[in-house]
Design a protein around this ligand. Structure first.
Ligand code: NAD
Length: 445
């Protein structure tokens, strides 16, 4: 008899960062009992008190609802989750290694090593973290070696595609669910876990371990390529006096191309795309298929050149040197509706300009606290107007709605010089020029 037949499955979530906290809260919302674990005791304490340790629209309500229902609980004790759950979701970080572009699997390994020996009953461990192809097969052996006889520990891979800023929506209503399994029991359990989404007709793709792992990294490689493609066109536009926003709009009407991820600007960043394409290239090297992914090197290089171009544009506007210049920066998060500053293009540009002698003041609606911690060398302001005060140039680097709606006449009153570089093609050039601003943008005349 299946576990599902005995009682509603009980779930654990290991690692309560952006992915794990979202997954835990949403699964509790769907009616499962969920016990979520992290090695970071302070994070667990905050979550257990109903406070989200990061910014994600709508998630705190779901978290609080879960806590109030009694279905969502938190712990730092692996023995407790081993005893409690039928299915363990592995959601720990897989950052880029310090010494290479490869993925650092130490957190995955330490979580599995902590859990496996404690398993006492049939358990399914489900990897959600983004990992190099081949990781699941190796982990399955690691688990088999460490789990006590009779624990019947199994592994499945279930890559996650949620977008920060839309994490709740993407978890409850994903575009697709992909699982990598070795047998029917794991598949049956995961169909039980995702019964609600499957009933909503969410496409459900069942594959082997390595294909499931590859779906995630190839999706990210495609998305990064699409962004760098339009940014490469922006470089051509800059050389020809063309307008990349018009170009992008015209391309987007071709439904083979589509307009999503075709916005020209400062390029991608964050805790996923940059590290995932580098890890993918590193893995391709190991597999002896380096040429197959050599184009990703160019994708990465195009992305980095946008940041350099942004710095150049700003420097031009302050007369050729940042020495003694005052620069106002709008945006610190790697994208709007997030407080995530991992590999943020905005902070990278701000830091480069600071490094060239300017005084740089940054404002962001959600990411100030994280930015302050990571870049104590920059100055920070609590409002857009304060960041722009006395600026000889203002840079829009993260396209928050608040910045899109900024009134050029109001901002004009506080700056020293009306100069705007729109790093995200988020503003209406006419409107800003009419208000007396020098307006420059990436890929536009
Ligand atoms: P994160 O850094 O926000 O969270 C990782 C968490 O794991 C941290 O809270 C950390 O304390 C915890 N952790 C580390 N070692 C642990 C251990 N041994 N046991 C238990 N917990 C441990 O990272 P994230 O953004 O949530 O990403 C997690 C994984 O999901 C990564 O592989 C990432 O690539 C992938 N992913 C992330 C997103 C996203 O939008 N953030 C989307 C899809 C996939």
């Amino acid at each position: 008899t299946s576990l599902a037949a005995q009682h509603k499955l009980r779930l654990s979530v290991i690692g309560t960062g952006y992915l794990g906290a979202t997954h835990a809260a949403c699964m509790a919302d769907l009616g499962f009992e969920v016990l979520a674990l992290d090695v970071d005791a302070a994070k667990i304490e905050r979550l257990a008190a109903g406070n989200l340790p990061f910014y994600e629209p709508g998630l705190e309500e779901v978290l609080r609802r879960g806590l109030a229902s009694g279905r969502l609980r938190f712990t730092t004790d692996f023995a407790e989750i081993a005893e409690f759950a039928d299915v363990h979701f592995l959601c720990v970080g897989t950052p880029q290694r310090d010494d290479s572009g490869a993925a650092d699997l130490r957190y995955v390994h330490s979580a599995v090593d902590a859990l496996a020996p404690l398993l006492t009953r049939p358990s399914l461990i489900v990897g959600k973290s983004t990992v190099p192809v081949g990781t699941a097969a190796a982990l399955a052996e690691r688990i088999a070696a460490a789990a006590p006889a009779g624990a019947e520990a199994e592994l499945a891979w279930n890559p996650e595609f949620l977008r920060e800023g839309f994490a709740v929506q993407d978890t409850l209503h994903p575009d697709r669910i992909v699982i990598g399994v070795r047998d029917g029991r794991a598949e049956a359990l995961l169909r039980e876990v995702y019964a609600t989404q499957i009933a909503d007709e969410t496409p459900f793709v069942v594959a082997d371990f390595q294909t499931a792992e590859l779906v995630k990294v190839s999706a990210n490689a495609f998305l990064a390529t699409k962004i760098s493609f339009i940014n490469a066109m922006a470089e051509v536009c800059e050389a020809t006096g063309s307008d990349v926003t018009k170009l992008s709009l015209a391309l987007s009407y071709d439904d083979r191309i589509g307009g999503k991820f075709l916005g020209p600007g400062l390029g991608f960043g964050g805790g996923c795309l940059p590290k995932d394409i580098r890890a993918f290239m590193a893995r391709a090297d190991e597999l002896g298929v380096e040429p197959a992914l050599s184009f990703l090197r160019e994708v990465d290089a195009i992305n980095q050149r946008r940041r350099a171009r942004m710095v150049d544009l700003a420097r031009e506007l302050v007369g050729g040197s940042f020495e003694g210049a005052v620069v106002g920066v709008l945006g610190a998060a790697f994208k709007p509706n997030s407080d995530d500053i991992r590999d943020s293009p905005a902070l990278d540009v701000a830091a480069k300009i600071r490094g060239q002698g300017a005084r740089v003041t940054v404002y962001d609606p959600a990411a100030l606290e994280n930015a302050r911690r990571a870049h104590p060398d920059l100055d920070y302001a609590d409002t857009m107007l304060a960041a722009a005060s006395d600026a000889s140039v203002v840079l829009l680097l993260t396209e928050w709605q608040e910045f899109r709606e900024a009134d050029p006449n109001v901002l004009a009153k506080v700056v020293a010089t009306r100069a705007m570089v729109d790093g995200r093609n988020a503003l209406d050039p006419e409107r800003w020029r009419e208000a007396g601003w020098t307006y420059r943008a990436l890929g536009r005349p």
